[in-house]
Design a protein around this ligand. Sequence first.
Ligand code: NAP
Ligand code: FER
Length: 338
Amino acid sequence: MTPAVNHRVVLAARPVGFPRESDFRIEEAPAQEPADGQFLVRVLYLSLDPYMRGRMSAVKSYAANVELGEVMVGGAVGRVVASRNERFAVGDAVVGHFGWQEYATSDGAGVEKIDESLAPISTAVGVLGMPGLTAYFGLLEIGRPRPGETVVVSAAAGAVGAVVGQIAKIKGCRVVGIAGSPEKVAYVRDQLGFDAAIDYRAAPDMSQALAEACPRGVDVYFDNVGGETLDAVLRHINMRARIAICGMISEYNLEKPAVGPRPGWFLLVNRARMEGFLVFEFRDRYREGLAALAAWVREGHIKYKEDIVEGLAAAPRAFIGLMQGKNFGKLLVRVGKE
Ligand code: NAP
Ligand code: FER
């Protein structure tokens, strides 16, 4: 049974600075019948992620940009509703790059079946998906925390940051989170067990706040935001510190690059290392990462929070809110109900 219409969100204009709702357009198109070897997915949860800002621009990236008029890219969770592919059966829960739309046809490339016994299927784009894997590999392979060390993480209440901090606690570290509201700070400290947390919007002096929260300095900084927060943390790094550059969300909407204190001197005197990474580099080890994350979730060592907005039409506004800190937890759009 193939439904008649598919609603989808396309890129209407390339944003200049902060994206606006008018940069997106909702369209209606007939849902495609699966051809031989294909299957049709009904999308249930669309993941909204900061990297999508880069895909909206014309700047060169590791992946192709979205062209004007094309469906916005995005990871999503859905169910197979029609299939002419022997690997995927009607009723299977799947995760893949289905985009900002209600129905997607797929040949199975990049699509994984979800093990529904592990956790709710929405987690396949959250703690048991790309953001969770980013935290796992970025912290353990780039940050390399040792027991007793101090780990600082920014966007600490978010999809990646919350997992980073909890893994660092599992590894025996002192964990300090940086987040943008009193509620987020209280959440990471009281619910997730971080040792301290700083509200960067309220702190009159970030450097002073870091000095108080990190009396033994910073050994690992897992950077999700860049900008002035990175500048402040650099002043507190220890000898041989590791700075994992995961994201720079505070800089994604700048029209001109901001120049802060240059990091070279801090790295030199501390013989420290700053290294960027992309989760996709660890593709060959996703199975290992997911097994570890699923066990920690099952045992209660990793908690997760989802922020779910209702309906595809709400996606543009929610995406803009992601870059203003309006989300609290992994941001998802409920595109369809089971
Ligand atoms: P998220 O943390 O769930 O949501 C984004 C958060 O960023 C917001 O809630 C907000 O939290 C914070 N933020 C927004 N604007 C900010 C600003 N101007 N200054 C400081 N903080 C700001 O999102 P996520 O999916 O976990 O992504 C977090 C970071 O990881 C992003 O930089 C993303 O690009 C990066 N990432 C990288 C990879 C990789 O492979 N390298 C993979 C996934 C994600 P506050 O309220 O605390 O400000
Ligand atoms: C992200 C930020 C940037 C991300 C990927 C990138 C998967 C990659 C950017 C590029 O290659 O240009 O959050 O998440």
